[in-house]
Structure formats: structure tokens, C-alpha cells
Design a protein around this ligand. Structure first.
Ligand code: HXC
Length: 297
């Protein structure tokens, strides 16, 4: 699908994306590149990075890959610094790296819980912390008079609760809190906008194939009225909006991009029944003698 944004919306920007070589992260890398940005991607698997970089290059997008694990502070520092050394500045940081698996709370070991917290939450903070010196207004390599921007990818499952996802719910909640707190502190002190995107179920991603095999997805359509899969493109367009000047007044927001799914719940009464019922109730209360205590109505 074509982008509704101008092709130069991110012209001249340098974006570093963790988890940018696959899934949603790769689609954001691609769309940022198609809108004029130069791309650096960080990931653990060299072959994934290599094929992502050649795919971007084949579209004419300048791209470089850095092997690293966001759980390792030295890796985070090296990758952020190398991106700066390679391109001469850094404007956009996208934290899209994530870890996940389905497991009940009682079967999850504390180390399993910690592993996902380390990748998603601590990893996000570590990357932000390392990128600050380049993103802040007047920071290293900055030619523009404004600060850079950060996008943190979370989810919607912690808005309520999610089966077999206690570790991820906790981790994504921490990411959203990090987004808002950095938006407050770094927006005020350094002119850095920090926002988040909370994707719903997005088709053709490692997350979906791990969390919702096909048979579960088709059942979910029956009881969730708004259920439909999103596309990676939907998330990438939200990212272009937030990272570009279109989002220049947006700071500290976490944008759910899920078709409204997190609001969805089974309808407890058919619409016609509710029309009938509410009229009967109104009629009863209108006909009730004045002064009768409410409990007698
Ligand atoms: C129970 C598990 C487990 C499982 C790992 N663990 N997999 N526990 N069920 N399926 C536990 C291990 O037993 C261990 O604890 C601890 O987690 C660390 O496991 P390792 O395998 O040593 O960790 P590591 O090799 O670093 O792998 C990290 C990972 C892995 C998160 C476990 O799945 C991974 O690297 N995933 C990256 C890719 C990914 O998941 N992408 C999808 C993101 S989807 P013990 O106690 O035994 O030592 C996404 C969408 C979220 O983010 C929103 C959805 C709506």
C-alpha cells in the first residue's frame, strides 16, 4: 500500500532501530527509508541483519547493520556510537526489540520473567540513555535547532490483563511508563519528543506466530467483534507520523494501533433487546408514584 505521507517526510534523518531487521521493526526501517531516512539496525542475528540491509539497499535506502543484544550495556553503547560515527548524527531511535513466549504465571521461572523485562524494558531504557548525548538539542552532531525523537514499541495487553503474558504485560507497562517519564524529563530539558506505539495483533510477525497460532486467531474472530489482524504497514505509518514533523506537538503519547481491539468485549445483550428493556424500565419509573423510595421502583 502506498504511503499517504510525502516521500521527503524524514529526509536527512538518521534512524537507529533495535529489532529493525525483522517483523514490525523491519517494516518501520523500510518505511523510514522510503521517506528519506538513513537506517541503522541492531539485532542479535548477523544473517537477519545482512539480509535486511541488502533488502533496504536494493530499494536505494542507505542502511547498516550492527550485531548486538540490547541486554548488554556495552553492545548498546557500541551500536549507538557506531551509528553516530557512520552517519555523523542520530535523529530517531526506535526501540522495537522484544522477547516473548506464552507461559502461565505458575510455569514461568523468575529468570524467564527477568529475561523479557531485560530485553523489553531495561533494553529500551539503556538504548535511550546511550542515545541521549546525540539526540538532545545541541547534542553531538546535531545541526538542527531541535532535539531528536524516540519511539518505543509496546503493546496493549497490560491495559487490562492477558492470559499467559504476565512477563510481557509487566515489561510493556514499564516501557509505557518509561516513554512518559522521558517525555517529561527530556522533552523539558532537551527538546526530545518521546512517544510510543502499542500495536495490536499484526499479521505475519514473529510475535503473532508465537502467540496466536492460526487456529486461535480464527476462534478469536468469533467472540471479539472488532477482531481483525493489522498489517506491519499500519504500525510503520504511525511511526512515520510520530517521527516526522507531522507529530511535532506530540510528546509522551502511546498510540494504540489495534483497530480498537483492546476496547472489545462480547456483547451481553442484542441491540433490539436493549431498546425494549430500556423503554420498559423508563415507563416503570415514569409511572411510579412521586415520593416512592427508589428501592420500591
Ligand atoms: C517458559 C521460557 C520459555 C518458554 C524461555 N524461557 N522460553 N520459559 N516457556 N517458552 C525461560 C527459560 O527457561 C529461561 O529461564 C529464561 O526464559 C531465558 O531463556 P533463554 O532461552 O536462555 O533466553 P534467550 O536465549 O536469551 O531467549 C530470549 C527469549 C527468546 C525471549 C526467551 O524467546 C527470544 O530471544 N526471543 C526473541 C524473539 C521474539 O520473541 N520476538 C517476538 C516478540 S513479540 P530459566 O529459569 O530456565 O533459566 C512481541 C509482541 C508482544 O514482543 C505483544 C503481543 C501482543
Amino acid at each position: 500500500m502506498d504511503s499517504p505521507f510525502k516521500a521527503d517526510a524524514l529526509k536527512g534523518k538518521v534512524a537507529l532501530l533495535t529489532g529493525g531487521g525483522s517483523g514490525i521493526g523491519f517494516e518501520i526501517s523500510t518505511q523510514f527509508g522510503k521517506h528519506g531516512a538513513s537506517i541503522a539496525i541492531m539485532g542479535r542475528r548477523k544473517q537477519v541483519l545482512d539480509s535486511a540491509v541488502s533488502a533496504l539497499n536494493s530499494l536505494g535506502i542507505p542502511a547498516i547493520g550492527f550485531v548486538g543484544d540490547v541486554r548488554n550495556h556495552e553492545d548498546a553503547k557500541r551500536v549507538v556510537d557506531s551509528t553516530f560515527q557512520h552517519y555523523g548524527h542520530l535523529d530517531i531511535l526506535v526501540n522495537a526489540a522484544a522477547g516473548n513466549f506464552l507461559v502461565s504465571a505458575e510455569d514461568l521461572s523468575p529468570n524467564g520473567f527477568r529475561t523479557v523485562m531485560d530485553i523489553d524494558s531495561v533494553g529500551t531504557f539503556t538504548m535511550c540513555h546511550e542515545a541521549l548525548k546525540y539526540l538532545k538539542k545541541g547534542g553531538l552532531g546535531r545541526t538542527s535547532s531541535s532535539g531528536g525523537t524516540i519511539l518505543n514499541i509496546s503493546a496493549t495487553l497490560h491495559y487490562t490483563a492477558a492470559w499467559y503474558q504476565i512477563h510481557v504485560s509487566a515489561a510493556k507497562a514499564a516501557i509505557d511508563a518509561t516513554t512518559r517519564n522521558l517525555a517529561l524529563e527530556w522533552g523539558t530539558d532537551y527538546d526530545i519528543r518521546v512517544n510510543g506505539i502499542a500495536p495490536g495483533p499484526i499479521g505475519d510477525t514473529p510475535g503473532m506466530s508465537k502467540l496466536a497460532p492460526d487456529e486461535i486467531t480464527s476462534k478469536a474472530r468469533d467472540y471479539m467483534p472488532l477482531y481483525k489482524l493489522g498489517e506491519k504497514w499500519d504500525i510503520a505509518m504511525a511511526a512515520v507520523y510520530l517521527a516526522s514533523d507531522a507529530g511535532k506537538y506530540v510528546n509522551g503519547s502511546v498510540l494504540p494501533v489495534d483497530g480498537g481491539l483492546w476496547l472489545s468485549r462480547p456483547r451481553h445483550l442484542p441491540k433490539d433487546a436493549v431498546r425494549q428493556l430500556s423503554r420498559v424500565v423508563e415507563k416503570k419509573s415514569r409511572n411510579a408514584p412521586v415520593g416512592l423510595p427508589k428501592s420500591k421502583l
